[in-house]
Design a protein. Structure first.
Ligand SMILES: Cc1cc2nc3c(=O)[nH]c(=O)nc-3n(C[C@H](O)[C@H](O)[C@H](O)COP(=O)(O)OP(=O)(O)OC[C@H]3O[C@@H](n4cnc5c(N)ncnc54)[C@H](O)[C@@H]3O)c2cc1C
Length: 146
């Protein structure tokens, strides 16, 4: 179990024994959690994120919306949560704006959120990247852009 990451080492613990491994590179692949404030907010949470209804309201409150990294929605194809990304956060804002307008004006039909994933890109060092853009897998460097 990783206990601590410093500028030039990581501290791991096994069988109650701690070991320091010297390194300047560290790739975290154990997932992320939401903000601790959300975890402690009293809302139902899943790893610090609120599992919102399709219209982005919390499970328990009809007048509370949660969006962006604080919210979690499931991908029905993978049965896994969508990763928290800016593209989803921005798209959620449109749905919430529409739904708030509906509620304020007395409308009853709230919109369900449907993410449109444009792609995913990961940087590999300073000059390279790998990604899926509009369903097309690409690998590129700065001399040969995607
Ligand atoms: C290293 C990294 C790389 C990423 N790369 C990508 C990418 O390539 N593509 C992509 O789509 N997404 C990427 N993301 C994810 C993306 O940044 C987030 O999903 C997105 O910013 C979520 O938007 P948000 O508005 O929910 O939260 P944020 O953008 O995190 O905004 C939350 C705001 O709340 C403020 N805040 C926090 N706590 C408090 C408090 N107690 N009181 C007041 N203010 C507070 C913060 O300062 C911040 O300004 C990346 C994230 C990281 C960390």
């Amino acid at each position: 179990m990783i206990k601590k990451v410093t500028e030039d080492s990581i501290i791991v613990e096994k069988d109650e024994e701690r070991e320091e491994i010297k390194t300047k590179n560290f790739i975290w692949a154990a997932g992320v959690t939401g903000n601790s404030i959300v975890q402690e907010s009293g809302f139902e949470t899943n790893r610090g994120r609120v599992p919102v209804r399709p219209d982005l309201r919390t499970p328990d409150y009809d007048d509370v919306f949660v969006v962006g990294d604080c919210a979690v929605i499931m991908n029905p194809d993978t049965e896994r949560p969508y990763p928290p990304t800016a593209q989803i956060a921005i798209q959620m804002a449109d749905t919430v704006a529409h739904n708030l307008k509906q509620m304020v004006s007395g409308g009853e039909k709230l919109q369900s959120f449907e993410p449109h994933i444009q792609g995913t890109v990961a940087s590999l060092g300073h000059t390279d990247a790998i990604g899926v853009v509009f369903d097309d897998k690409n690998y590129s460097d700065v001399q040969h852009p995607l």
